[in-house]
Design a protein around this ligand. Structure first.
Ligand SMILES: Nc1ncnc2c1ncn2[C@@H]1O[C@H](COP(=O)(O)OP(=O)(O)OP(=O)(O)O)[C@@H](O)[C@H]1O
Length: 260
């Protein structure tokens, strides 16, 4: 594998003539945590699904884990871990049974050992007999992350993994993400929470399907034309306002002008 776990250029997706991901370039170094930010409907999920081999790009090229995003989508699907916004579990199976099921799907060799390791990594050993349906949001999300890790992926693509989870559980989740990155796992994670953005090594900000800014927090602030030390919240508001002026469909711009 090259030093870049994600290395794609010009990634594009169109639906019915509308371009929802527009020539996105994305490079993430191995072992880095890259935050993927942008307003609702900006193209984050669509991009993530193209990166993990679930959705075929209409244009663009590149690799994930050194595998071609167009020709080796199936291999990427098997080697990357993908956590969706709406992770589904068999509510009437225990934590352990759910993980055993995922391990079978991924045809993991030595399934029991892989399940033990995932339980251990996420602090779920004590609770392994509990029914998934009885877990609180934070524990369900831990179970989802354990499921993503069952086949020992080197790349995690996490789509708003902490949406609706309480602050303590979110903090613990992020501590876990950092432990995984320390082990060399690369993480691309979408989020709307600014405290989570601040815990990423680097950030990519997308709106209207286009990347507007990328880099470390100070680099993103500078790209938005704001003074050093400005908050990420101010920065993203400035970026989205600029994007509305430049890229919003004519109808949206007209509504904004009328409202002003
Ligand atoms: N299968 C599809 N068919 C048509 N349009 C789609 C489809 N999937 C996504 N879209 C549109 O593409 C745009 C980008 O959606 P996407 O889910 O990637 O955004 P997002 O940034 O992940 O949003 P959110 O933060 O709300 O999850 C949206 O306008 C969405 O309605």
């Amino acid at each position: 594998m090259s030093e870049l776990a994600i290395d794609v250029r010009g990634l594009t997706k169109r639906y019915g003539g509308r371009t929802v991901v527009d020539h996105v370039d994305l490079q993430v170094g191995a072992g880095r945590i890259c935050g993927f930010l942008g307003p609702n409907g900006s193209g984050k999920t669509t991009t993530i699904r193209m990166l993990c081999g679930l959705l075929k790009p209409d244009d663009g090229e590149g690799t994930c884990l050194g595998l071609d995003v167009i020709r080796q989508a199936r291999e990427i699907k098997l080697q990357a871990g993908y956590m969706t916004q709406k992770f589904g579990w068999y509510e009437d199976l225990s934590i352990r049974e759910n993980l055993e099921f995922i391990a079978r799907l991924f045809q993991v060799p030595q399934r029991a050992a892989a399940v033990d390791q995932a339980l251990q990594r996420l602090g779920l050993v004590e609770r392994q007999g509990q029914l998934a349906g009885a877990l609180s949001g934070g524990w369900k999300q831990r179970l989802a992350l354990a499921g993503c890790l069952i086949h020992d992926p080197k790349l995690l693509l996490l789509d708003e993994p902490t949406a609706g989870v309480d602050p303590k559980a979110r903090r613990e989740f992020w501590d876990q993400i950092h432990r995984l990155a320390d082990e060399g796992i690369t993480v691309l994670v979408s989020t709307h929470y600014m405290d989570e953005a601040a815990r990423c090594h680097e950030l990519v900000y997308i709106a209207y399907g286009k990347v507007l800014a990328r880099g470390t927090e100070p680099q993103i602030v500078a790209q938005a034309g704001l003074p050093a030390g400005s908050s990420l919240e101010e920065t993203f508001i400035k970026l989205i306002e600029g994007a509305q002026d430049n890229f919003a469909p004519a109808g949206d711009r007209h509504r904004k002008e009328k409202a002003a």
